[in-house]
Design a protein around this ligand. Structure first.
Ligand SMILES: CC(C)(COP(=O)(O)OP(=O)(O)OC[C@H]1O[C@@H](n2cnc3c(N)ncnc32)[C@H](O)[C@@H]1OP(=O)(O)O)[C@@H](O)C(=O)NCCC(=O)NCCS
Length: 138
């Protein structure tokens, strides 16, 4: 999915503003906060694909490329990378820009988030269930 620049006309899975409460002692935004936004963005796309509850089971290839500043607008773009039996891997890329002036967007993070489709008892269920395939055909 890697982009040279974000397409601000396409809809991100999540867009938010980095707030002072999310900052570390340096005044920049905590990596853990960014990770949480990316997990949420990936979960939006994974839930749509799985048509069920999901749980995050793994995060890989995570990199923090550039700091996020308080007040930055953060956009997380997510797409399905792989569909397994019960799991779905989502590529998530985050871009930040100051709220004033649209020209300075920079990629801040990227990573691959894997989710497992689960039932009401939190047990893994197949992603390609017959009812989903039927829904998508009609
Ligand atoms: C999600 C959960 C129900 C899955 O149950 P499980 O018995 O561990 O699942 P399995 O070992 O059968 O693996 C399920 C799928 O995840 C994949 N998987 C397992 N560990 C993985 C990892 N570290 N990274 C990526 N995929 C992984 C397996 O390959 C399998 O995929 P497939 O069915 O598409 O082939 C269980 O692990 C769980 O409840 N984990 C906690 C989830 C949670 O609370 N997340 C929030 C963060 S605290």
């Amino acid at each position: 999915m890697s982009r040279d620049k974000p397409d601000y006309d396409s809809c991100p899975a999540l867009r938010t503003i980095a707030m002072p409460k999310d900052a570390n002692a340096n005044g920049d935004i905590f990596g853990g906060w960014m990770l949480a936004q990316m997990d949420l963005a990936g979960a939006v796309v994974a839930t749509q694909a799985a048509h069920s509850r999901i749980a995050t089971i793994g995060i890989e290839a995570m990199s923090f490329k550039s700091p996020v500043h308080v007040g930055d607008e953060v956009s997380c773009y997510a797409r399905v990378e792989r569909i397994g039996n019960t799991s779905i891997t989502i590529s998530v890329e985050s871009w930040a820009r100051s709220r004033i002036g649209a020209g300075d967007a920079r990629k801040v993070t990227e990573g691959k988030f894997t989710y497992v489709a689960i039932d009401e008892d939190r047990k893994p269920i197949p992603v390609r269930r017959p009812e989903i395939i039927k829904d998508k055909q009609s």
